[in-house]
Design a protein around this ligand. Structure first.
Ligand code: NAD
Ligand code: UDX
Length: 476
Protein backbone atom coordinates (compact mmCIF):
# COMPACT_ATOMS: atom_id res chain seq x y z
CA UNK A 1 0.00 0.00 0.00
CA UNK A 2 2.74 2.45 0.99
CA UNK A 3 5.87 2.66 -1.09
CA UNK A 4 7.98 5.33 0.64
CA UNK A 5 10.53 4.50 3.33
CA UNK A 6 9.77 5.05 7.02
CA UNK A 7 12.14 7.47 8.78
CA UNK A 8 14.41 6.36 11.66
CA UNK A 9 13.15 7.88 14.91
CA UNK A 10 15.30 8.61 18.00
CA UNK A 11 13.30 11.38 19.71
CA UNK A 12 9.61 12.11 19.91
CA UNK A 13 8.08 15.03 21.73
CA UNK A 14 4.51 15.86 22.65
CA UNK A 15 3.34 19.41 23.34
CA UNK A 16 0.65 19.19 26.02
CA UNK A 17 1.10 17.07 29.17
CA UNK A 18 -2.59 16.67 29.95
CA UNK A 19 -5.07 13.77 30.03
CA UNK A 20 -4.07 12.75 26.49
CA UNK A 21 -0.39 13.75 26.26
CA UNK A 22 0.67 12.12 29.56
CA UNK A 23 -0.91 8.65 29.19
CA UNK A 24 -0.35 8.41 25.40
CA UNK A 25 3.34 9.20 25.63
CA UNK A 26 3.80 6.88 28.63
CA UNK A 27 2.49 3.99 26.53
CA UNK A 28 4.66 4.91 23.52
CA UNK A 29 7.71 5.10 25.83
CA UNK A 30 6.91 1.68 27.29
CA UNK A 31 6.46 0.04 23.87
CA UNK A 32 9.41 1.81 22.18
CA UNK A 33 12.34 1.59 24.64
CA UNK A 34 14.77 2.67 21.88
CA UNK A 35 13.00 6.04 21.43
CA UNK A 36 13.30 8.96 23.85
CA UNK A 37 9.87 10.45 24.54
CA UNK A 38 9.66 14.03 25.85
CA UNK A 39 6.34 15.32 27.20
CA UNK A 40 6.23 19.11 27.23
CA UNK A 41 4.02 21.70 28.81
CA UNK A 42 4.25 25.42 29.49
CA UNK A 43 2.50 24.86 32.84
CA UNK A 44 5.46 24.53 35.22
CA UNK A 45 3.49 23.26 38.19
CA UNK A 46 1.98 20.48 36.06
CA UNK A 47 5.43 19.36 34.89
CA UNK A 48 6.62 19.42 38.51
CA UNK A 49 3.77 17.08 39.44
CA UNK A 50 4.59 14.73 36.53
CA UNK A 51 8.16 14.61 37.88
CA UNK A 52 7.18 14.27 41.55
CA UNK A 53 8.46 11.30 43.54
CA UNK A 54 5.02 10.73 45.00
CA UNK A 55 3.26 8.76 42.28
CA UNK A 56 -0.09 9.38 44.00
CA UNK A 57 0.35 13.01 43.14
CA UNK A 58 0.47 12.87 39.33
CA UNK A 59 -1.72 15.50 37.62
CA UNK A 60 -3.75 12.78 35.91
CA UNK A 61 -5.34 9.87 37.78
CA UNK A 62 -5.76 6.79 35.57
CA UNK A 63 -5.67 3.15 36.65
CA UNK A 64 -2.28 1.71 35.60
CA UNK A 65 -0.68 5.07 34.82
CA UNK A 66 1.48 5.50 37.92
CA UNK A 67 3.19 2.13 37.46
CA UNK A 68 3.98 2.98 33.83
CA UNK A 69 5.46 6.31 34.91
CA UNK A 70 7.46 4.54 37.60
CA UNK A 71 8.84 2.12 35.00
CA UNK A 72 9.71 4.56 32.19
CA UNK A 73 10.30 7.99 33.73
CA UNK A 74 13.98 8.97 33.65
CA UNK A 75 14.80 6.05 31.28
CA UNK A 76 13.18 7.04 27.99
CA UNK A 77 10.25 9.14 29.23
CA UNK A 78 10.87 12.74 30.28
CA UNK A 79 8.57 15.57 31.39
CA UNK A 80 9.88 19.06 30.70
CA UNK A 81 9.08 22.72 30.09
CA UNK A 82 12.01 23.04 27.67
CA UNK A 83 9.97 23.27 24.50
CA UNK A 84 12.74 24.80 22.39
CA UNK A 85 15.35 22.06 22.93
CA UNK A 86 12.88 19.21 22.58
CA UNK A 87 11.22 20.47 19.42
CA UNK A 88 14.63 20.97 17.92
CA UNK A 89 15.85 17.42 18.61
CA UNK A 90 12.68 15.47 17.83
CA UNK A 91 11.83 13.92 14.48
CA UNK A 92 8.13 13.61 15.41
CA UNK A 93 6.17 16.28 17.29
CA UNK A 94 2.73 15.41 18.65
CA UNK A 95 0.34 18.26 19.43
CA UNK A 96 -1.94 17.26 22.31
CA UNK A 97 -2.93 20.71 23.51
CA UNK A 98 -6.44 21.65 24.60
CA UNK A 99 -8.97 22.76 21.97
CA UNK A 100 -11.86 24.07 24.10
CA UNK A 101 -15.06 25.68 22.86
CA UNK A 102 -14.52 29.36 22.05
CA UNK A 103 -15.72 31.67 24.83
CA UNK A 104 -15.47 34.92 22.87
CA UNK A 105 -16.00 36.52 19.48
CA UNK A 106 -17.13 34.82 16.30
CA UNK A 107 -18.27 31.24 16.92
CA UNK A 108 -18.52 31.87 20.71
CA UNK A 109 -20.01 28.88 22.51
CA UNK A 110 -19.75 26.60 19.45
CA UNK A 111 -16.50 26.66 17.48
CA UNK A 112 -13.22 25.13 18.66
CA UNK A 113 -10.72 27.63 20.02
CA UNK A 114 -7.55 26.97 18.04
CA UNK A 115 -5.38 29.50 19.91
CA UNK A 116 -3.25 26.78 21.53
CA UNK A 117 -2.82 24.84 18.29
CA UNK A 118 -1.75 28.01 16.49
CA UNK A 119 0.73 28.82 19.25
CA UNK A 120 2.18 25.30 19.06
CA UNK A 121 2.55 25.54 15.31
CA UNK A 122 4.43 28.81 15.65
CA UNK A 123 6.71 27.28 18.30
CA UNK A 124 7.43 24.34 15.98
CA UNK A 125 8.26 26.72 13.13
CA UNK A 126 10.52 28.81 15.35
CA UNK A 127 12.56 26.02 16.95
CA UNK A 128 12.86 23.50 14.11
CA UNK A 129 16.21 23.09 12.41
CA UNK A 130 15.45 19.89 10.47
CA UNK A 131 12.50 18.10 8.80
CA UNK A 132 9.63 17.23 11.16
CA UNK A 133 6.54 15.08 11.20
CA UNK A 134 3.89 17.13 12.99
CA UNK A 135 1.07 15.02 14.40
CA UNK A 136 -2.38 16.36 15.22
CA UNK A 137 -3.30 14.42 18.38
CA UNK A 138 -5.74 17.06 19.62
CA UNK A 139 -9.32 16.83 18.34
CA UNK A 140 -9.65 19.43 15.59
CA UNK A 141 -12.18 20.76 13.10
CA UNK A 142 -11.84 19.25 9.66
CA UNK A 143 -9.33 21.23 7.52
CA UNK A 144 -7.17 22.35 10.49
CA UNK A 145 -4.12 20.62 9.00
CA UNK A 146 -4.33 23.10 6.14
CA UNK A 147 -4.08 26.00 8.61
CA UNK A 148 -1.16 24.38 10.44
CA UNK A 149 0.60 23.83 7.10
CA UNK A 150 0.10 27.45 6.15
CA UNK A 151 1.87 28.54 9.36
CA UNK A 152 4.66 25.99 8.96
CA UNK A 153 5.04 26.89 5.29
CA UNK A 154 6.38 30.30 6.28
CA UNK A 155 9.89 29.01 6.85
CA UNK A 156 12.78 30.67 4.99
CA UNK A 157 14.70 27.42 5.18
CA UNK A 158 14.25 24.17 3.27
CA UNK A 159 12.76 22.35 6.26
CA UNK A 160 9.90 20.04 5.30
CA UNK A 161 6.99 19.81 7.73
CA UNK A 162 4.64 16.90 7.12
CA UNK A 163 1.32 17.32 8.96
CA UNK A 164 -0.43 14.06 9.87
CA UNK A 165 -3.75 13.57 11.64
CA UNK A 166 -3.72 10.89 14.35
CA UNK A 167 -6.74 11.52 16.61
CA UNK A 168 -6.91 9.92 20.02
CA UNK A 169 -9.83 7.66 20.95
CA UNK A 170 -8.96 6.83 24.58
CA UNK A 171 -11.65 7.26 27.22
CA UNK A 172 -10.66 8.57 30.63
CA UNK A 173 -10.74 6.00 33.40
CA UNK A 174 -9.68 3.27 30.97
CA UNK A 175 -7.02 5.23 29.06
CA UNK A 176 -4.10 2.87 29.59
CA UNK A 177 -6.07 -0.19 28.55
CA UNK A 178 -7.53 1.71 25.58
CA UNK A 179 -4.04 2.74 24.47
CA UNK A 180 -2.58 -0.75 24.74
CA UNK A 181 -5.58 -2.41 23.11
CA UNK A 182 -6.98 0.21 20.77
CA UNK A 183 -10.01 -0.71 18.65
CA UNK A 184 -8.22 1.16 15.87
CA UNK A 185 -5.44 3.65 15.29
CA UNK A 186 -6.34 6.21 12.66
CA UNK A 187 -3.64 7.98 10.66
CA UNK A 188 -4.50 10.52 8.00
CA UNK A 189 -1.84 11.88 5.68
CA UNK A 190 -1.20 13.34 2.27
CA UNK A 191 -0.59 11.13 -0.74
CA UNK A 192 2.67 12.84 -1.70
CA UNK A 193 5.96 10.91 -1.31
CA UNK A 194 6.84 12.68 1.96
CA UNK A 195 3.23 12.39 3.18
CA UNK A 196 3.24 8.61 2.62
CA UNK A 197 6.62 8.34 4.32
CA UNK A 198 5.32 10.27 7.38
CA UNK A 199 2.24 8.03 7.65
CA UNK A 200 4.43 4.95 7.30
CA UNK A 201 6.78 6.18 10.04
CA UNK A 202 3.86 6.56 12.44
CA UNK A 203 2.44 3.17 11.39
CA UNK A 204 5.80 1.57 12.25
CA UNK A 205 5.65 2.99 15.76
CA UNK A 206 2.09 1.81 16.48
CA UNK A 207 2.62 -1.57 14.83
CA UNK A 208 4.99 -2.52 17.66
CA UNK A 209 1.89 -3.30 19.73
CA UNK A 210 -1.22 -2.68 17.62
CA UNK A 211 -2.15 -5.43 15.09
CA UNK A 212 -1.64 -4.13 11.53
CA UNK A 213 -5.30 -4.67 10.58
CA UNK A 214 -6.30 -2.20 13.29
CA UNK A 215 -4.14 0.60 11.88
CA UNK A 216 -6.28 2.50 9.43
CA UNK A 217 -4.77 5.04 7.02
CA UNK A 218 -6.94 7.66 5.33
CA UNK A 219 -6.65 11.12 3.88
CA UNK A 220 -6.18 13.93 6.39
CA UNK A 221 -9.72 15.33 6.21
CA UNK A 222 -11.37 11.94 6.73
CA UNK A 223 -9.21 11.37 9.78
CA UNK A 224 -10.01 14.76 11.33
CA UNK A 225 -13.73 14.36 10.66
CA UNK A 226 -13.89 10.73 11.86
CA UNK A 227 -12.82 11.79 15.35
CA UNK A 228 -15.64 14.34 15.67
CA UNK A 229 -18.14 11.86 14.24
CA UNK A 230 -17.06 9.05 16.60
CA UNK A 231 -17.68 11.25 19.62
CA UNK A 232 -20.97 12.48 18.17
CA UNK A 233 -22.19 8.89 17.62
CA UNK A 234 -21.22 7.83 21.15
CA UNK A 235 -22.92 10.83 22.74
CA UNK A 236 -25.96 10.32 20.50
CA UNK A 237 -26.47 6.84 21.97
CA UNK A 238 -26.45 8.26 25.50
CA UNK A 239 -28.90 11.03 24.62
CA UNK A 240 -31.11 8.49 22.83
CA UNK A 241 -31.32 6.21 25.85
CA UNK A 242 -31.68 9.18 28.22
CA UNK A 243 -34.61 10.53 26.21
CA UNK A 244 -36.28 7.14 26.62
CA UNK A 245 -35.52 7.16 30.38
CA UNK A 246 -37.92 10.11 30.69
CA UNK A 247 -40.61 8.04 28.99
CA UNK A 248 -39.88 5.09 31.28
CA UNK A 249 -40.44 7.26 34.35
CA UNK A 250 -43.89 8.22 33.04
CA UNK A 251 -44.99 4.77 31.92
CA UNK A 252 -43.63 2.22 34.39
CA UNK A 253 -41.20 0.72 31.88
CA UNK A 254 -37.66 0.26 33.22
CA UNK A 255 -34.76 1.75 31.25
CA UNK A 256 -32.32 -1.09 32.09
CA UNK A 257 -34.77 -3.64 30.74
CA UNK A 258 -35.34 -1.54 27.63
CA UNK A 259 -31.56 -1.09 27.05
CA UNK A 260 -30.97 -4.82 27.42
CA UNK A 261 -33.78 -5.69 25.04
CA UNK A 262 -32.71 -3.13 22.44
CA UNK A 263 -28.96 -3.80 22.80
CA UNK A 264 -29.32 -7.55 22.19
CA UNK A 265 -29.91 -6.80 18.53
CA UNK A 266 -26.38 -7.09 17.21
CA UNK A 267 -27.03 -4.34 14.69
CA UNK A 268 -27.54 -1.99 17.64
CA UNK A 269 -25.08 -3.46 20.17
CA UNK A 270 -25.15 -3.30 23.96
CA UNK A 271 -22.46 -0.71 24.70
CA UNK A 272 -23.04 2.92 25.66
CA UNK A 273 -26.70 2.42 26.47
CA UNK A 274 -26.48 3.13 30.21
CA UNK A 275 -28.96 5.79 31.13
CA UNK A 276 -27.49 8.42 33.46
CA UNK A 277 -27.91 11.93 34.80
CA UNK A 278 -26.21 13.03 31.57
CA UNK A 279 -22.86 12.72 29.90
CA UNK A 280 -19.97 14.90 31.02
CA UNK A 281 -16.28 15.09 30.18
CA UNK A 282 -14.20 17.49 28.18
CA UNK A 283 -14.98 15.96 24.79
CA UNK A 284 -18.59 15.14 23.92
CA UNK A 285 -20.25 18.53 24.28
CA UNK A 286 -17.30 20.44 22.85
CA UNK A 287 -16.88 18.15 19.85
CA UNK A 288 -20.58 18.03 18.97
CA UNK A 289 -20.83 21.82 19.19
CA UNK A 290 -17.83 21.97 16.91
CA UNK A 291 -19.58 19.61 14.46
CA UNK A 292 -22.71 21.77 14.65
CA UNK A 293 -20.66 24.89 13.97
CA UNK A 294 -18.90 23.28 11.00
CA UNK A 295 -22.20 22.09 9.53
CA UNK A 296 -23.65 25.60 9.83
CA UNK A 297 -20.49 27.08 8.35
CA UNK A 298 -21.01 24.92 5.25
CA UNK A 299 -24.71 25.89 5.11
CA UNK A 300 -25.95 22.47 6.28
CA UNK A 301 -28.53 23.74 8.78
CA UNK A 302 -30.59 20.52 9.02
CA UNK A 303 -27.41 18.55 9.78
CA UNK A 304 -26.47 21.11 12.43
CA UNK A 305 -29.93 20.95 14.07
CA UNK A 306 -29.88 17.15 14.11
CA UNK A 307 -26.61 16.95 16.07
CA UNK A 308 -27.39 19.94 18.30
CA UNK A 309 -30.32 18.00 19.69
CA UNK A 310 -27.88 15.49 21.27
CA UNK A 311 -26.48 18.27 23.49
CA UNK A 312 -29.95 19.71 24.19
CA UNK A 313 -31.26 16.33 25.41
CA UNK A 314 -28.23 16.07 27.69
CA UNK A 315 -29.05 19.44 29.27
CA UNK A 316 -32.70 18.38 29.54
CA UNK A 317 -31.62 15.20 31.37
CA UNK A 318 -29.44 17.04 33.90
CA UNK A 319 -32.19 19.57 34.49
CA UNK A 320 -34.81 16.83 34.87
CA UNK A 321 -32.68 15.22 37.56
CA UNK A 322 -32.27 18.51 39.44
CA UNK A 323 -36.04 19.16 39.27
CA UNK A 324 -36.77 15.65 40.53
CA UNK A 325 -34.71 16.38 43.64
CA UNK A 326 -36.40 19.72 44.17
CA UNK A 327 -39.95 18.43 43.63
CA UNK A 328 -39.51 15.43 45.91
CA UNK A 329 -38.13 17.60 48.69
CA UNK A 330 -41.42 19.55 48.85
CA UNK A 331 -40.29 22.12 46.23
CA UNK A 332 -37.71 23.59 48.56
CA UNK A 333 -34.13 22.77 49.45
CA UNK A 334 -33.52 26.13 51.15
CA UNK A 335 -31.04 25.66 54.05
CA UNK A 336 -31.40 21.88 53.78
CA UNK A 337 -28.31 19.71 53.99
CA UNK A 338 -27.92 17.59 50.85
CA UNK A 339 -25.12 15.12 50.09
CA UNK A 340 -23.46 14.95 46.70
CA UNK A 341 -21.80 11.60 45.99
CA UNK A 342 -19.24 12.02 43.23
CA UNK A 343 -17.76 15.01 41.44
CA UNK A 344 -15.78 13.35 38.61
CA UNK A 345 -17.60 13.09 35.27
CA UNK A 346 -17.23 9.30 35.44
CA UNK A 347 -15.53 6.80 37.72
CA UNK A 348 -11.75 6.17 37.78
CA UNK A 349 -10.71 9.70 36.85
CA UNK A 350 -9.91 12.88 38.76
CA UNK A 351 -11.31 14.94 35.87
CA UNK A 352 -14.49 16.91 36.48
CA UNK A 353 -14.74 18.89 33.24
CA UNK A 354 -18.42 19.26 32.23
CA UNK A 355 -19.43 16.86 35.00
CA UNK A 356 -23.19 16.59 35.61
CA UNK A 357 -22.34 17.19 39.30
CA UNK A 358 -21.43 20.78 38.48
CA UNK A 359 -24.75 21.42 36.75
CA UNK A 360 -26.93 19.77 39.40
CA UNK A 361 -25.01 21.24 42.34
CA UNK A 362 -25.03 24.78 40.98
CA UNK A 363 -28.80 24.70 40.58
CA UNK A 364 -29.21 23.32 44.11
CA UNK A 365 -26.96 26.07 45.50
CA UNK A 366 -29.01 28.74 43.76
CA UNK A 367 -32.10 27.23 45.46
CA UNK A 368 -30.32 27.77 48.82
CA UNK A 369 -29.24 24.17 49.60
CA UNK A 370 -26.20 23.37 51.75
CA UNK A 371 -24.10 20.86 49.86
CA UNK A 372 -21.92 18.19 51.45
CA UNK A 373 -19.70 16.93 48.67
CA UNK A 374 -17.65 13.75 48.57
CA UNK A 375 -15.45 12.42 45.77
CA UNK A 376 -12.59 9.94 46.22
CA UNK A 377 -10.26 11.55 43.64
CA UNK A 378 -11.21 15.11 42.71
CA UNK A 379 -9.33 17.71 44.76
CA UNK A 380 -11.29 20.22 46.89
CA UNK A 381 -9.70 23.18 45.10
CA UNK A 382 -10.97 21.81 41.78
CA UNK A 383 -14.51 21.44 43.15
CA UNK A 384 -14.47 25.03 44.40
CA UNK A 385 -13.08 26.32 41.09
CA UNK A 386 -15.77 24.45 39.15
CA UNK A 387 -18.52 25.95 41.30
CA UNK A 388 -17.10 29.46 41.20
CA UNK A 389 -16.98 29.31 37.42
CA UNK A 390 -20.50 27.88 37.11
CA UNK A 391 -21.98 30.46 39.51
CA UNK A 392 -20.29 33.23 37.55
CA UNK A 393 -21.92 31.88 34.39
CA UNK A 394 -25.25 32.09 36.22
CA UNK A 395 -24.63 35.84 36.60
CA UNK A 396 -23.66 35.78 40.30
CA UNK A 397 -21.43 38.63 41.48
CA UNK A 398 -18.02 38.06 43.13
CA UNK A 399 -19.51 38.80 46.58
CA UNK A 400 -22.48 36.48 46.01
CA UNK A 401 -20.15 33.69 44.84
CA UNK A 402 -17.90 34.03 47.85
CA UNK A 403 -20.93 34.03 50.21
CA UNK A 404 -22.30 30.85 48.60
CA UNK A 405 -18.90 29.12 48.65
CA UNK A 406 -18.30 30.02 52.31
CA UNK A 407 -21.74 29.29 53.71
CA UNK A 408 -23.29 26.58 51.48
CA UNK A 409 -20.48 24.15 50.64
CA UNK A 410 -18.66 21.58 52.71
CA UNK A 411 -16.22 19.16 51.09
CA UNK A 412 -15.67 15.90 52.98
CA UNK A 413 -12.92 13.29 53.07
CA UNK A 414 -15.20 10.86 54.89
CA UNK A 415 -18.33 9.80 53.02
CA UNK A 416 -20.22 8.82 56.19
CA UNK A 417 -19.59 12.26 57.72
CA UNK A 418 -21.03 13.86 54.60
CA UNK A 419 -24.50 12.39 55.26
CA UNK A 420 -24.97 13.61 58.84
CA UNK A 421 -28.26 15.59 59.05
CA UNK A 422 -28.72 15.24 55.32
CA UNK A 423 -32.22 15.26 53.78
CA UNK A 424 -31.12 13.60 50.57
CA UNK A 425 -28.21 12.01 48.74
CA UNK A 426 -27.63 12.56 45.03
CA UNK A 427 -25.41 9.94 43.36
CA UNK A 428 -23.75 11.62 40.42
CA UNK A 429 -20.68 9.49 39.66
CA UNK A 430 -20.73 5.69 39.45
CA UNK A 431 -17.65 5.11 41.69
CA UNK A 432 -17.45 1.45 42.73
CA UNK A 433 -17.33 2.40 46.44
CA UNK A 434 -20.87 3.78 46.13
CA UNK A 435 -22.04 0.27 45.25
CA UNK A 436 -20.85 -1.18 48.56
CA UNK A 437 -22.10 1.30 51.15
CA UNK A 438 -23.49 0.57 54.59
CA UNK A 439 -26.94 2.05 53.90
CA UNK A 440 -28.29 1.16 57.34
CA UNK A 441 -25.57 3.34 58.90
CA UNK A 442 -26.19 6.11 56.37
CA UNK A 443 -29.96 6.05 57.01
CA UNK A 444 -29.40 6.44 60.77
CA UNK A 445 -27.47 9.69 60.23
CA UNK A 446 -30.03 11.26 57.89
CA UNK A 447 -33.06 13.53 58.48
CA UNK A 448 -36.33 11.64 57.89
CA UNK A 449 -37.96 11.21 55.45
CA UNK A 450 -34.61 10.43 53.84
CA UNK A 451 -34.16 10.36 50.06
CA UNK A 452 -31.65 8.86 47.63
CA UNK A 453 -31.59 10.17 44.06
CA UNK A 454 -29.59 7.75 41.96
CA UNK A 455 -28.37 9.41 38.76
CA UNK A 456 -26.23 6.40 37.86
CA UNK A 457 -28.57 3.48 38.54
CA UNK A 458 -26.12 1.76 40.89
CA UNK A 459 -28.10 1.19 44.11
CA UNK A 460 -30.31 -1.74 44.95
CA UNK A 461 -33.57 0.16 45.38
CA UNK A 462 -35.44 -2.73 47.03
CA UNK A 463 -32.75 -3.09 49.71
CA UNK A 464 -32.71 0.66 50.36
CA UNK A 465 -36.50 0.92 50.48
CA UNK A 466 -36.58 -1.90 53.02
CA UNK A 467 -34.24 0.13 55.24
CA UNK A 468 -36.63 3.08 55.03
CA UNK A 469 -35.08 5.26 52.35
CA UNK A 470 -37.14 6.84 49.58
CA UNK A 471 -35.38 5.99 46.34
CA UNK A 472 -35.59 7.68 42.96
CA UNK A 473 -33.61 5.93 40.23
CA UNK A 474 -33.27 7.68 36.89
CA UNK A 475 -35.24 5.78 34.24
CA UNK A 476 -37.38 3.72 36.64
P1 NAD B 1 -5.63 19.01 28.88
O1 NAD B 1 -6.18 20.35 29.15
O2 NAD B 1 -5.67 17.96 29.94
O3 NAD B 1 -4.09 19.16 28.43
C1 NAD B 1 -3.64 20.09 27.48
C2 NAD B 1 -2.29 20.63 27.96
O4 NAD B 1 -1.71 21.43 26.91
C3 NAD B 1 -2.40 21.56 29.18
O5 NAD B 1 -1.61 21.02 30.23
C4 NAD B 1 -1.83 22.90 28.69
O6 NAD B 1 -1.07 23.58 29.68
C5 NAD B 1 -0.94 22.46 27.53
N1 NAD B 1 -0.65 23.50 26.54
C6 NAD B 1 -1.54 24.27 25.86
N2 NAD B 1 -0.88 25.06 24.99
C7 NAD B 1 0.44 24.80 25.14
C8 NAD B 1 1.64 25.30 24.50
N3 NAD B 1 1.58 26.20 23.54
N4 NAD B 1 2.82 24.81 24.90
C9 NAD B 1 2.89 23.88 25.86
N5 NAD B 1 1.81 23.36 26.47
C10 NAD B 1 0.60 23.80 26.12
O7 NAD B 1 -6.36 18.48 27.57
P2 NAD B 1 -6.62 16.94 27.16
O8 NAD B 1 -7.81 16.43 27.86
O9 NAD B 1 -5.34 16.20 27.26
O10 NAD B 1 -7.03 17.12 25.63
C11 NAD B 1 -6.08 17.48 24.66
C12 NAD B 1 -6.70 17.30 23.29
O11 NAD B 1 -7.02 15.92 23.08
C13 NAD B 1 -8.02 18.06 23.08
O12 NAD B 1 -8.08 18.48 21.74
C14 NAD B 1 -9.08 17.00 23.33
O13 NAD B 1 -10.27 17.27 22.65
C15 NAD B 1 -8.41 15.76 22.78
N6 NAD B 1 -8.88 14.49 23.38
C16 NAD B 1 -9.09 14.41 24.72
C17 NAD B 1 -9.48 13.20 25.28
C18 NAD B 1 -9.75 13.07 26.77
O14 NAD B 1 -10.30 12.06 27.16
N7 NAD B 1 -9.38 14.04 27.59
C19 NAD B 1 -9.62 12.07 24.47
C20 NAD B 1 -9.38 12.19 23.12
C21 NAD B 1 -8.99 13.41 22.58
C1 UDX C 1 -15.01 9.99 25.25
C2 UDX C 1 -14.94 8.89 24.18
O1 UDX C 1 -15.51 7.68 24.72
C3 UDX C 1 -13.50 8.65 23.77
O2 UDX C 1 -13.45 7.69 22.71
C4 UDX C 1 -12.92 9.96 23.30
O3 UDX C 1 -11.55 9.78 22.92
C5 UDX C 1 -13.03 11.02 24.37
O4 UDX C 1 -14.41 11.17 24.76
P1 UDX C 1 -14.58 10.10 27.87
O5 UDX C 1 -15.34 11.37 27.78
O6 UDX C 1 -13.26 10.11 28.53
O7 UDX C 1 -14.33 9.51 26.39
O8 UDX C 1 -15.48 8.99 28.62
P2 UDX C 1 -16.75 8.13 28.18
O9 UDX C 1 -16.58 6.77 28.71
O10 UDX C 1 -17.04 8.26 26.74
O11 UDX C 1 -17.93 8.82 29.02
C6 UDX C 1 -18.39 10.12 28.72
C7 UDX C 1 -19.59 10.44 29.58
O12 UDX C 1 -20.72 9.65 29.18
C8 UDX C 1 -19.38 10.14 31.06
O13 UDX C 1 -19.98 11.16 31.84
C9 UDX C 1 -20.09 8.82 31.26
O14 UDX C 1 -20.51 8.61 32.58
C10 UDX C 1 -21.27 8.99 30.31
N1 UDX C 1 -21.86 7.71 29.85
C11 UDX C 1 -21.11 6.82 29.16
C12 UDX C 1 -23.20 7.46 30.10
O15 UDX C 1 -23.90 8.27 30.71
N2 UDX C 1 -23.75 6.29 29.64
C13 UDX C 1 -23.03 5.37 28.94
O16 UDX C 1 -23.59 4.33 28.55
C14 UDX C 1 -21.65 5.65 28.70
Amino acid sequence: MLSSEAIKISNICCIGAGYVGGPTMAVIAKMCPDINVHVLDNNESKIKLWNSKDLNNLPVYEPGLSSLIHECRGKNLFFSTDIKKNISRSEIIFMAVNTPTKTYGSGKGMAADLTFIEKCSRQILKYSKSDKIVVEKSTLPVKTAEKIKSILGNSNTNINFEVVSNPEFLAEGSAINDLFKSDRVLIGGESTKSGISAVQTLCRIYSRWIPKEKILTTNVWSSELSKLVSNAFLAQRISSINSISALCEKTGADISEVSSAVGMDKRIGKYFLNSSVGFGGSCFKKDILNLVYLSKFYGLHEVADYWHQVVKINEYQMNRFFLTILNNLFQTVYKKNLSIFGWAFKKNTNDSRESASIYVSTNLLIEGAILNIYDPKVESSKIINDLEFALKNHGKSKIEISTIINSQIKIHNDLYESVIDSHAIAILTEWDIFKELNWKRIYKFMVKPAFVFDGRRIVDEFKLKKIGLNVFKIGS
